[in-house]
Structure formats: structure tokens, C-alpha cells
Design a protein around this ligand. Structure first.
Ligand code: RFL
Ligand code: PHB
Length: 389
């Protein structure tokens, strides 16, 4: 068979691109390795930048987000037993939306169902063939049979462990990576959030984050060892450790309950260049990973989708390839700025093994500077709500 765009990966990047292309009359087939329930069962991002909120509107999938999402116009930073607030609305003209990636993905799947889009789940052995020619095709196994789809373009939206990035010849690709010496242990619990805004806490025992999904569903994280396992943490042990790391006034009002999900995520900064090879374009985690501290992963995936959608629309509407030719350059320019913010915020908030007393003093001085300087808060707010596309 033939289609215009094969999208490899049915996570948020692939689905959002599929929906935006559909609205422009561009056909796409989405190939997803896992089942739909599996994709919807992954607990990941919780904070959407204004750019992604706008894209959800453009894609016509923002109705539930508008009623069930929570607009946040600031965040709290805790350190040394105290807390201060960074007011996004005061320093920028924007806010962020607290609405889970699971819900974003569900809304996008519902929209795709409504349009009758071709999505194949549980595909295996996806191979992207001849992407550096004018006639690429993709082969895969599905339902016990081998398939081939010819296409104009391939969008590699298959996350960090996908095949798309590895398809790009080593001779043209350069990877940049930093692995952090810690992970995040995350817990989801059916309890009211400890605060109506997020609390990012730097403590001598390690970082902690109080987040949420809705008024009855909380998401908490604590920094942990990379070799640690969720099995080592009873719910009680998790709550006790969280209480020790967050400012006292929050710890005193924390409501705990049984965890409904507990998992560990490693922290990594990663970028591959270029994000385009011939007719193959990488989007989202396939091309870059950020540590979750700045809440930028899904949001950076969304800005890639925006640039690629624009480029493909321009190509199909006017035969103009300027947008796709400059895709990698435009996407990477923004990717590196969000990498910088995520790296800066991660360095500021975590306890590093082997950290010297001098290093700790530097962190505390930078936190005090952020607390006291409206200019420093403005810079943080600008990055947190999302740099313009
Ligand atoms: P995904 O979500 O990994 O989806 C890729 C999809 O491709 C499929 N796939 C394949 N399909 C076909 N053939 C193959 N060979 C395939 N290989 C893989 C996979 O099954 C999957 O369905 O990448 P995508 O779409 O680029 O989306 C990226 C986001 O998921 C990710 O950046 C965020 O979740 C990161 N992230 C956060 N981002 C934010 O913007 N704000 C946050 O608050 C935030 N919090 C987080 C996070 C990530 C976390 N973890 C677990 C890493 C919190 C955590 C704990
Ligand atoms: C989340 O709610 O999962 C979340 C929020 C903010 C972050 C990272 C994760 O920086």
C-alpha cells in the first residue's frame, strides 16, 4: 500500500503529528509497537507549556483539557527549610497547564478513532528503508504477516529506544549525552495534592517534587540511587522520606495513602544531530531526552511536531520544501535551549554523590539569588512556561 507519511510510534508525538496532518488533508499511517492500553498505562508528564496547549487547540483536541486541566501561574521552590514562589503570570504573559500525558494521549487516540485514521498496534520488526532517497518505504510484521508501505516521508516518533534514530547513518549522526548519577522514584496516589501548586524541593537528603494530576490524584517524586528498585520502597518508607525532604509547612499537611503506581526513571540529557536524514524526520524522545526536572520532554516533542507539521503542510500545499529543509536546524535551536534549562534546573535542585561543601554552598547561593532576584525569576519563568516556537 501507499500513504503520504508513515509515522513510526503512537506516543504523544506521533499522535499529535497524525492529527495535525489529517486536518491539513495529509494521509498518515501510524505504526505502534505496543498495545493501546499499554501506551495509555504509562504515567509520565504532567505539565504542558503554552505552546502545547495551543497545539492541542489547533488539533481540535482541547475540550477535555479546558475543563479538567488546571492552569498554574506559578510554582514553589523549597530549600533549606523555607519556600519561595516564582510567579509565571507576573514575569511572563503566560501560564502552564497541569494535565497528564495519559490524558493528552487518550484525547489524541479518541480524535484519531473519530477520523478513522489508520493506526496499527503491536507491530514488530519495523524497518525504515531508503530514507535517503526520494522513494522511502517501511516494512513491518503485523498479525503474523509481513507488510510494506511506500510513502513520501517517514516521521520517526518512536521514542528513545525506537528504530528511527538508529536508521540514520553513523557517518552523518552525532549523539551528545550526559547521564546523571541518580534517578527519580515516582509515586501516584489517590490523595489530594499537598499544595495547589507544584513544589520543587532541594534538600540535603536529595531532591523531591510534589506534583498532581487532579484534585484527588497526587504525583510525588524523590531523587534515588540509579541502582535502586521500587521494590525496596514500601509506601510508608516513601512517605517518610518525602516528608523529610520537603519544607516543614508542606510536610505537616501531606495526606498519604496507598500508591497506585511506583516506578523509577533514570535522568539523562541526550541530543542527536541532525534530526533529519533525507526523507526521515525525528520528533520528540527519538531525537532528544531531558531530565524531567524542568518538565520539558513532552513539551519539546510538541515543538518538533509543530515545525514538522508546518514544513509538511508547506510542501504539500505549495511544493515548497523550505520548511522541511530547515526543520532540523529550527527544532535543534529550540531543543538546545530547553536542554540548557533542564540541565541548569537539575544541577540546582539535586544532591550529587561526592558533592563537596563548596558545591553545596554554590547551590545554596544560586537558590538565594533566585529567591531574591526578580530578573533571575523572570528568566526561570520564561523557560518554564516555554520559549516561543
Ligand atoms: P514516547 O512517549 O516514548 O512514544 C514513543 C512511542 O513509540 C513506540 N515505539 C515504536 N513503535 C513502532 N516501532 C518501534 N520500533 C518502536 N519503538 C518504540 C513506543 O511504544 C511509544 O509508544 O515518545 P514521544 O511521543 O516523543 O513523547 C515523549 C514524552 O513521552 C516524554 O518526553 C515525556 O514523558 C517526558 N516527561 C515529561 N515531559 C514533559 O514535557 N513534562 C513533564 O512533566 C514530564 N514528566 C517525563 C516526566 C518523563 C518521565 N519518565 C518516565 C521518563 C516524568 C517522567 C517520570
Ligand atoms: C509530573 O507531574 O509528573 C511532573 C511535573 C513536573 C516535572 C516533572 C514531572 O518537572
Amino acid at each position: 500500500m501507499r500513504t503520504q507519511v508513515v509515522i513510526v510510534g503512537g506516543g504523544p508525538s506521533g499522535l499529535l503529528l497524525g492529527q495535525l496532518l489529517h486536518l491539513a488533508g495529509i494521509d498518515a499511517v501510524i505504526l505502534e509497537r505496543k498495545s493501546r492500553d499499554y501506551v495509555l498505562g504509562r504515567i509520565r508528564a504532567g505539565v504542558l507549556e503554552r505552546g502545547l496547549v495551543d497545539l492541542m487547540g489547533q488539533a481540535g483536541v482541547d475540550a477535555r483539557m479546558k475543563t479538567e486541566g488546571f492552569v498554574h501561574d506559578g510554582t514553589l521552590i523549597g530549600y533549606d527549610g523555607e519556600m519561595f514562589r516564582v510567579d509565571f503570570a507576573h514575569h511572563t504573559d503566560a501560564t502552564v497547564m497541569v494535565y497528564g500525558q495519559t490524558e493528552v494521549t487518550r484525547d489524541l487516540y479518541d480524535a484519531r478513532d473519530a477520523t478513522g485514521g489508520d493506526t496499527r498496534f503491536e507491530v514488530e520488526n519495523v524497518v525504515i528503508c531508503d530514507p535517503d532517497t526520494d522513494s522511502p518505504h517501511v516494512t513491518f510484521d503485523h498479525g503474523g504477516q509481513s507488510h510494506r508501505i511506500d510513502c513520501d516521508f517517514v516521521a520517526g516518533c518512536d521514542g528513545f529506544h525506537g528504530v528511527s534514530r538508529k536508521t540514520i547513518s553513523d557517518a552523518v549522526r552525532t549523539d551528545f549525552e550526559k547521564v546523571y548519577p541518580f534517578g527519580w522514584l515516582g509515586v501516584l496516589s489517590e490523595t489530594p495534592p499537598v499544595n495547589d501548586e507544584l513544589i520543587y524541593a532541594n534538600s540535603a537528603r536529595g531532591f523531591a517534587l510534589c506534583s498532581m494530576r487532579n484534585a484527588q490524584l497526587s504525583r510525588y517524586y524523590i531523587q534515588c540511587d540509579t541502582a535502586d528498585s521500587p521494590d525496596n520502597w514500601s509506601d510508608d518508607a516513601f512517605w517518610d522520606e518525602l516528608r523529610r525532604r520537603i519544607p516543614e509547612e508542606a510536610a505537616e499537611t501531606l495526606i498519604t495513602g496507598p500508591s497506585i503506581e511506583k516506578s523509577i526513571a533514570p535522568l539523562r540529557s541526550f541530543v542527536t544531530e541532525p534530526m533529519r536524514w533525507g526523507r526521515l524526520f525525528l520528533c520528540g524522545d527519538a531525537a532528544h531526552i531531558v531530565p524531567p526536572t524542568g518538565a520539558k520532554g513532552l513539551n519539546t516533542a510538541a515543538s518538533d511536531v509543530h515545525y514538522l507539521n508546518q514544513g509538511l503542510r508547506q510542501f504539500y500545499a505549495d511544493g515548497d520544501s523550505h520548511g522541511i529543509d530547515t526543520y532540523s536546524q529550527k527544532a535543534l535551536a529550540r531543543v538546545w535551549k530547553t536542554q540548557r534549562f533542564s540541565w541548569w534546573f537539575s544541577n540546582l535542585m539535586h544532591h550529587y554523590p561526592g558533592q563537596t561543601e563548596f558545591d553545596k554552598k554554590m547551590q545554596l547561593a544560586e537558590l538565594a539569588f533566585l529567591r531574591d532576584s526578580p530578573e533571575a525569576q523572570a528568566a526561570m519563568a520564561l523557560n518554564y512556561v516555554g520559549l516561543p516556537y
